[in-house]
Design a protein around this ligand. Structure first.
Ligand code: NAI
Length: 468
């Protein structure tokens, strides 16, 4: 019961390793590339480190609206990348120190199961080491999907999100295939840097999991920032010219070509268990995902799997939450992983965040609900921050008068969503939220106002509906 091996050092794996060590396990973490995984090295953190200078550029352009007149002399891409790399360095160094301080042994190498409770690790010098343990926690993550589009793999202009984060030059033009989370975040950053961005999205909406109204507002924001949206367009083929790629797109039989210096492929990620040999030793998998029960345990007792390699919700914070549960279960507890709500964030400019059910889901699930909305143009802090762009929309369940969903587009949305997540996970009622005093002036006040609006009681907007 005392030895735990964690495979993968991302936000799932390193959190699991630290928690298992806290509980007294003798922990070994095996990582083939970088501690911190996709999130810290080529995902969440570096994209936000690009979005920060992008936001500064955007603010500089808009500064004249509040009396700050400025011009941007240059976007120095090398320095932008250096800033991004310095943040990555600090955070990965921090995680390495935490692992050391927790007594976790880190092995740099690629693990492959040779028995259900033993792996062979190919070390950096190509030598091999066998590692055995009582418990295993698999956290091998995911990789970008490369769809079978003609010419995509061969093109020298196509990058995935990892490639984009280390491009040598900032392109003047960019086609982004996929209007999901990654596509939107990079489009926002690159457009703010002055790149002409076109998003090609197969569906008729951006980020289809968002509430439809929020998604439409987000689309308008991106267009305002100069991003061209080609919704309901599929990429048919890509062919390389001398200095650009020609991307052929199809909209119900109408074919057009868009040219760009770079093409970002952002059509999703897939679970990564490619060289793990998990199935061969009897660990049950389905379509390259590891199957687990509610305790995050595979069909082999004592072997757990968490995060993107399980492929339920591919988010860093769900991987970390699962990491804690799996580590605790590996150390003898019996905890279920059943979050009743998972917040999701898109770091667009302004940001988008959501938790709980959307209005579409409320309708599909035949829930008796009502909606409250509050435009951020009526919120002082938001008005100062970005001219009051955005809205907060809440879904209230009528049966128990409780908050079921919160959807935000606007300044600080990704921070505000924490209040909503706590409220939903504690099954807060309308009264509990509206009786909570929110500090002024904050954007958070608008959450309370949106809840009040569900009963026509908002103070800072005219109330059209009358209750009763
Ligand atoms: P995604 O699943 O969010 O979006 C992919 C989009 O590509 C979909 O809208 C889909 O309709 C579209 N698409 C697929 N094939 C296409 C084609 N041939 N032509 C045009 N459009 C096509 O995937 P994405 O953006 O790559 O993100 C991958 C994962 O990483 C997601 O699970 C996401 O949640 C996670 N992630 C989360 C972040 C966050 O929490 N802020 C940031 C970045 C990624």
């Amino acid at each position: 019961m005392n030895s735990v091996v964690v495979i993968g050092g991302g936000p799932g794996g390193y959190v699991a390793a630290i928690r298992a060590a806290q509980l007294g396990a003798n922990v070994t973490l095996i990582e083939k590339k970088h501690i911190g995984g996709t999130c810290l090295n080529v995902g969440c953190i570096p994209t936000k480190a690009l979005l920060h200078p992008a936001e500064i550029a955007l603010s500089a352009r808009e500064g004249a609206s509040c009396g700050v007149h400025t011009t941007i002399d240059a976007i120095n891409w090398d320095e932008v990348l250096a800033f991004k790399n310095s943040i990555i360095g600090k955070l990965t160094g921090g995680v390495a120190s935490l692992l050391k301080a927790s007594g976790v042994k880190v092995i740099k190498g690629e693990a492959k199961f040779i028995k259900p409770k033993a792996v062979e690790v190919t070390l950096e010098d190509d030598s091999h080491q066998i590692v055995e343990a009582d418990r295993f926690i698999i956290a091998t993550g995911s990789v970008p999907v490369m769809p079978p589009i003609e010419g995509l793999r061969e093109s020298r202009f196509v990058v995935d999100s990892t490639g984009l984060l280390s491009m040598e030059l900032l392109p003047k033009t960019m086609v982004i295939i996929g209007g999901g989370v990654i596509g939107i975040e990079f489009a926002a950053a690159l457009a703010a840097f002055g790149c002409k961005v076109t998003i090609v999205e197969a569906l008729d909406t951006l980020a289809p999991t968002l509430d439809r109204e929020i998604s439409a507002m987000l689309a308008k924001q991106l267009e305002k920032q100069g991003v061209e949206l080609m919704l309901s367009h599929k990429v048919v083929s890509i062919s390389d010219g001398e200095s650009e790629a020609a991307v052929k797109v199809d909209n119900n039989g109408e074919v057009k070509t868009v040219s760009a210096e770079k093409v970002l492929c952002a059509v999703g990620r897939r679970s990564y268990i490619d060289n793990l040999n998990a199935e061969a030793v009897g660990i049950r998998c389905e379509r390259s995902k590891i199957l687990v029960n509610e305790y995050l345990e595979t069909n082999i007792p004592g072997v757990y799997a968490i995060g993107d390699c399980v492929g339920q919700i591919m988010l860093a914070h769900t991987a970390s939450a699962q990491g804690e549960v799996a580590a605790e279960n590996a150390m003898g507890e019996k905890k279920c992983y059943k979050p009743n709500c998972v917040p999701s964030c898109i770091y667009s400019l302004p940001e988008t965040a959501a938790v709980g059910i959307t209005e579409q889901q409320a309708k599909e699930q035949k829930i008796d609900y009502r909606v409250g909305k509050f435009p951020l143009s009526a919120n002082g802090r938001a008005l100062i921050a970005n001219g009051g762009e955005g809205m907060i929309k809440v879904i209230i369940g009528n049966e128990l008068d409780e908050l079921l969903g919160v959807h935000i587009l606007g300044a600080h949305a990704t921070e505000l969503i924490a209040e909503a997540a706590l409220a939903i996970s504690m099954e807060a009622t309308v009264l509990e939220i509206t009786e909570t005093i929110h500090s002024h002036p904050t954007v958070a006040e608008a959450i309370r106002e949106a809840v009040l609006d569900a009963d026509s009681k908002a103070i800072h907007i005219p109330n059209k509906k009358k209750k009763g």
